[in-house]
Design a protein. Sequence first.
Length: 98
Amino acid sequence: MDNNLDKIFEKAQALKNSGALIQATKPEQSQPEKVSSPVKEQKEEKEKEKEKEKIQGGWTQELQKLLEKAIIEFKDIKDPKEKWQKIAEKVPGKTMSN
């Protein structure tokens, strides 16, 4: 049996020395291949779309639409402070000052 192991070892050494073998890396050193999935791609695409939607000052198109709708809704209120308070309440994350 030792004779067979010696032959295998000699053949492996010969292959290694000839350059026919490539050196393997340890599993913990290798980097996993990036596998793309349709779900992950969709999520990334939606995130990109949200970034594109942003308007200067952190406003999105959705927030802009809510603001415009609120301005129309409260157009008849005469007191500016009351008017803008009510408008701000209709736009999530916004106050009279921002």
